[in-house]
Design a protein around this ligand. Structure first.
Ligand SMILES: Cc1ncc(COP(=O)(O)O)c(C=O)c1O
Length: 465
């Protein structure tokens, strides 16, 4: 056990190590900063240390990294926590490979991040896809209602893992306690992609986080939701259904053998800041301020969509008469950079800090945007994707993705099998999956999407030769 007053292990260890004097002939090649490339801003090269005995790494039992992971697990309520330095992507893949044997069956949402698809490919898993409700008026995937999950589980047959995504990019959160309980009631373990919700377990005004909901595996992206450096993420494991050894094995297969101490330190700092009593009070205040900011923008006539994360503001661009991609371009030209443009919406991330000071410039920019499109008709609702509630691939994923393939114009691909995904980024949700059969309704829908994603989707599709 740790004492809550104890200093955090990585911070306590890295500083003294970085100040050591000596002849350092180990990698990284910048020699603790002595041979760092010149330039500004100065980076803390001396802190970029390898797996020295004092530090260890995410898969070693001893050292500051292990101690930091143990403390995080204890504070966040998991049995095990592991740092990842290849984003939530790398940890989602490790979670899949650790939880499901080759040939095992995984039930995944159709609005999955593409890294989960890659994980299924690498692990030789059989994916089954469920389509959560899609709101045609906003173009946004909605959380899966528990009664729909019940029907899906009854229809899907034998499964090895259920994957849920909550919250979405736009801060829409599912009823995780009910969904997790339904799956686990049938003995089915649950992985939650909580990339956008690392803060959800940290404040009672936010929906229940995935760990508190009892999920077996939870992946959080710390650079997306908690302020860590890019690539930082955390994987948590709890409960009796999955073996930590199997997860560690998969982490060993997929993670780098040179995890960056700097990245992990930034991850520790991001969480330590929020777990301290002062940090929790700050988060509550920022959430309160962000809610008030959103309310004032709405009262000022800006169409912001309802969601459960006050730190994500989602502009209903369709209501203003333009696509989210056009709104993004217009704002970017005025140096207002948003995060996630989609056909009918644009998402702004307020970030892990006080939102005060953001309101005036944001309100001004969005007011000008609205003015520039004054009189435009609202965009029509999106045509729903012609997807069954539960779908299997016509050809196994790995077989389709690796097979000889040809490119065809969309119009000529009727009846063919897709060999590559079509995937605008962000949000990284594939519109077409390798192994799916292209029938006429699907091709017509893809053609419609192509118009909406402005240049992000080619007019050709790669299909099995
Ligand atoms: C829902 C979701 N999961 C996972 C990821 C991957 O996260 P990372 O960029 O940290 O690898 C993303 C990235 O956009 C995402 O939106």
């Amino acid at each position: 056990m740790f004492s809550p007053a104890a200093p955090w292990p990585l911070a306590a260890s890295l500083g003294p190590l970085a100040r050591q004097r000596g002849l350092f002939l180990h990698l990284p090649a910048h020699r603790r900063g002595a041979a760092a490339p010149p330039g500004r801003p100065r980076l803390p090269w001396a802190w970029d240390l390898p797996e020295l005995p004092e530090l260890g790494g995410p898969l070693l039992a001893e050292g500051a990294v292990a101690a930091s992971q143990r403390r995080l697990a204890a504070e966040l309520g998991a049995n095990h926590s592991w740092y990842g330095v290849n984003g939530a992507s790398g940890l989602l893949q490790a979670a899949l490979l650790g939880a499901v044997p080759p040939g095992g069956r995984v039930l995944l949402p159709r609005n999955l991040h593409r890294s989960l698809l890659h994980g299924c490919l690498l692990g030789g898993l059989e994916p089954l896809f469920y389509a959560p409700p899609l709101d045609p008026a906003t173009g946004l995937w909605q959380p899966l209602p528990p009664n729909e999950l019940e029907q899906l589980l009854a229809a899907a047959g034998e499964l090895d893992l259920l994957v849920l995504v909550s919250p979405t990019y736009q801060g829409l959160a599912a009823d995780l306690p009910a969904l997790v309980a339904l799956a686990q009631g049938r003995g089915l373990p649950v992985l939650v992609d909580e990339a956008h919700g690392g803060h959800f377990g940290l404040d009672p005004s936010l929906p229940c986080g995935a760990l508190a909901a009892g999920a077996d595996l939870v992946v959080q992206s710390l650079h997306k939701s908690l302020g860590g450096l890019g690539q930082t993420a955390l994987l948590h494991l709890q409960g009796p259904r999955l073996a930590p050894e199997a997860i560690e094995q998969a982490l060993l297969w997929l993670q780098t053998s040179s995890p960056s101490a700097l990245l992990m330190l930034s991850a520790e700092r991001a969480l330590a800041a929020r777990l301290a009593p002062r940090g929790r009070r700050q988060l509550s205040l920022w959430l309160h301020q962000a809610r008030a900011l959103g309310d004032r923008l709405r009262r000022g006539g800006l169409p912001l969509l309802p969601n459960q994360d006050p730190l994500r503001l989602v502009l209903d661009c369709g209501a203003l008469g333009l696509t989210g991609l056009a709104a993004d371009d217009w704002l970017m030209a005025r140096r207002v950079v948003a995060e996630c443009p989609e056909p009918l919406s644009l998402t702004f991330c307020l970030g892990m800090g006080s939102p005060r000071g953001l309101e005036r410039p944001l309100a001004a920019a969005l007011g000008q945007l609205r003015q520039a499109w004054a009189g435009a008709d609202p965009l029509p609702p999106l045509a729903p994707a012609p997807l069954p509630a539960l779908a299997r691939l016509a050809v196994p994923l790995a077989q389709a993705w690796r097979a000889p393939a040809v490119e065809l114009p969309l119009a000529e691909a009727v009846g063919r099998i897709a060999a590559r995904p079509l995937c605008p980024y962000p949000p990284g949700i594939p519109l077409l999956l390798p192994g799916e059969r292209l029938d006429r309704p699907r091709l017509d829908w893809l053609e419609g999407q192509r118009q909406l994603w402005a240049g992000q989707i080619a007019d050709r599709v790669t299909v099995l030769a």
